[in-house]
Design a protein around this ligand. Structure first.
Ligand code: SF4
Length: 184
């Protein structure tokens, strides 16, 4: 199986989720958020194709990282390949964060047409969801670009059928009411 990537596996990130992480930059994004920081990752024919097994080998050679972050691009544009990689990451005890321009609710809807979306979602520990909205950009928004984006505890959310925010996300607790309005 192949995965389309925007760049090689990035090691040692401390800004793409909690702890020391490696980042998989996927290629291809449909969202076109104004002022996106990674416009070169939008083109579905851009970047390069990589064998998923090769990527797994690279992940296996990580030494200090405690987790993997899927970013892009939008990883949910390649759910089958990302699922394959995510399963492997969990097998070797790496936790998983994933950034997506879709909201959690949009992903649930999309998963009705593509089971791989739900299967990939089930492998994610923390989902950072929603498009980047420039006017909501804030330095207070830890691990995300704009305040509308939520850090979602996916396991708890799937088990309780309502969005449960990640426990360490202080900002989201503070802005819960504001964010509700944005998503209505
Ligand atoms: S979802 Fe991310 S990569 Fe895609 S346009 Fe928005 S900010 Fe850029």
């Amino acid at each position: 199986m192949l995965i389309r990537l925007a760049s090689k596996l990035q090691r040692g990130s401390i800004v793409d989720g909690e702890g020391l992480r490696a980042v998989i930059w996927t290629q291809g994004c449909p969202h076109n958020c104004p002022m996106c920081h990674n416009p070169e990752t939008h083109d579905y024919n851009g970047g390069f194709l990589k064998d998923v097994d090769e990527l797994k080998k690279e992940i296996n050679s990580l030494d200090c990282e405690e987790g993997i972050t899927f970013s892009g691009g939008d990883p949910f544009e390649q759910p089958e390949a990302c699922l394959e990689v995510a399963k492997y990451c969990h097998k070797i005890n790496l936790n998983i964060w994933c950034y997506t321009g879709y909201t959690y609710e949009q992903l649930l809807k999309k998963s009705k047409e593509n089971q791989a979306i739900m299967d990939f979602l089930r492998e994610i520990d923390v989902l950072v969801d929603g498009r980047f909205i420039y006017k909501l950009k804030s330095l207070e928004a830890k691990f995300r670009g704009s305040k509308n984006q939520r850090l979602i505890d996916v396991k708890k959310t799937l088990n309780s059928n309502k969005v449960i925010l990640y426990k360490n996300d202080v900002l989201d607790k503070k802005n819960k009411e504001k964010e509700k309005k944005i998503y209505i």
